[in-house]
Design a protein around this ligand. Structure first.
Ligand code: SF4
Length: 234
């Protein structure tokens, strides 16, 4: 049964590990963590708190090889099984037959249609039945993420709770923690990538670029999101 908004309160510390411990105590098996295998430091923290943590990821069918390599290294290191979710093949077949394999480059609308099929729909199935999910979102990743909170409502996914333990961490914090704890990471980060999604929509950030400027670089808008993350703070 899903928690009501009024049932949620957190008064602990800002440490990600404490927030994770609260989440596992509060939601039990009805909380899961999403992971995109970029810099999976939350997996490292979560497994230490709860070895049975559920971790899922969306395989859009167009992920870079380095992302799969990172996922395999994480499974091997932590002894976990990732719950993979895939797009519905009928929807992709229809999209590519009708509009081509590069339809997403034609307009923002067309790009969001592709993200909707390959990411948003599988995510809705991943979250189905959960009371809460945990993400690695950080305020510094983009202007559109600047207003996120560590714990917030996710109205776009049935008003479940969205937990962002790293909301206040900087890119440098993540990097230092990752190196110190020898956490497997996506090797594209060593090649100038700062945000990693599908291979055809991601490139290394050019000098002076923002963290997400390597995503959908042909679009002009600064609010480049795939539709997975729209939230309301508690
Ligand atoms: Fe499609 Fe690109 Fe979105 Fe991936 S990132 S789902 S290829 S538009």
């Amino acid at each position: 049964m899903k928690q009501k908004h009024s049932d949620i309160s957190y008064s602990g510390s800002n440490k990600p590990e404490d927030i994770l411990e609260w989440a596992f105590d509060k939601f039990g098996q009805n909380v899961a963590m999403s992971c995109s295998f970029e810099a999976p430091i939350l997996v490292h923290m979560a497994v230490a708190v709860n070895p049975d943590v559920r971790i899922f990821s969306i395989d859009t069918g167009r992920l870079p090889e380095e992302t799969y390599q990172c996922a395999q290294e994480v499974e091997d290191k932590y002894g976990i099984n990732i719950e993979w979710f895939f797009p519905k093949h009928e929807a992709i077949e229809s999209l590519e037959r009708d509009k081509g394999v590069f339809s997403f480059k034609k307009s923002v609308h067309a790009r969001k249609e592709c993200c909707g099929i390959r990411k948003v729909e599988p995510l809705s199935r991943a979250l189905d039945g959960l009371n809460a999910w945990i993400t690695s979102l950080r305020k510094g990743q983009s202007r559109s993420r600047n207003g996120i909170s560590k714990i917030e409502y996710d109205e776009t996914h049935g008003s479940i709770i969205k937990i962002n333990p790293l909301a206040d961490w900087t890119q440098e914090d993540v990097w230092q923690y990752m190196k110190k704890n020898k956490i497997p990471y996506n090797r594209l980060l060593d090649r100038g990538y700062m945000s990693i999604g599908c291979s055809c929509c991601t490139k290394a950030v050019e000098y002076g670029g923002t963290q997400r400027s390597g995503r959908w670089w042909w679009e002009q808008t600064e609010h480049k999101e795939c539709g997975l993350h729209v939230n309301y703070s508690i």
